[in-house]
Design a protein around this ligand. Sequence first.
Ligand SMILES: Cc1cc2nc3c(=O)[nH]c(=O)nc-3n(C[C@H](O)[C@H](O)[C@H](O)COP(=O)(O)O)c2cc1C
Length: 202
Amino acid sequence: MQETYLDRRDLLPDPLAQFALWYEEAQQSTVALPHAMVLATADAQGRPSARMVLLKECDQRGFVFYTNSNSHKGRDLSQNPRAALVFHWEPLRKQVRVEGDVERVSSEEADAYFATRPRGSQLGAWASPQSESIPDRTALERETNQLEAHYAERDVPRPPHWNGYRVCPGTLEFWVDRASRLHDRFEYRRSPQGWQIRQLAP
Ligand SMILES: Cc1cc2nc3c(=O)[nH]c(=O)nc-3n(C[C@H](O)[C@H](O)[C@H](O)COP(=O)(O)O)c2cc1C
């Protein structure tokens, strides 16, 4: 197999444009869920937790995902609005890491995205007290059926606890798997002068 590599001269000056390039490549590849990413958060005491979420939007402002604000991650983010993301696109042998401050997307933006979701997911967002203890699955299904009847022939509004979060990157790292574990790694760091790029040892 031809070795992939990342050369400093090929890097775009803007890391969000660099991400867009790689993301496009991942979407065109055999990667099953190119938009799946690890989201790491920490609470006010710095206790970490991580889970997968889906990237729903990415532009110059940052990386957007949606979740329940009362969940474990939602509680972490209300105490400590910072996060780290990891994408790993195995067939491309590439990894991207992102770290930054987190803000909520506007309610208009969240409403607009919620309206595009399948009805079952919309009802699920109301029915599931994400990350809380529930007696059994039947309770969840009963709640969903009641909501189905409640919203029969009506649009399901966005629950107030269901929100979008934007990770606004302060650093991004682009990594390519190379032979002998001598991988290529480049980090972009935001500075008052613009994005600074440095190469990191693998
Ligand atoms: C591939 C994948 C994508 C997921 N995407 C989301 C998502 O976009 N939003 C979400 O709230 N949970 C998503 N989940 C579920 C989370 O991993 C997690 O179980 C849930 O959000 C509760 O996490 P918490 O208790 O740490 O808050 C996804 C799980 C997988 C495996």
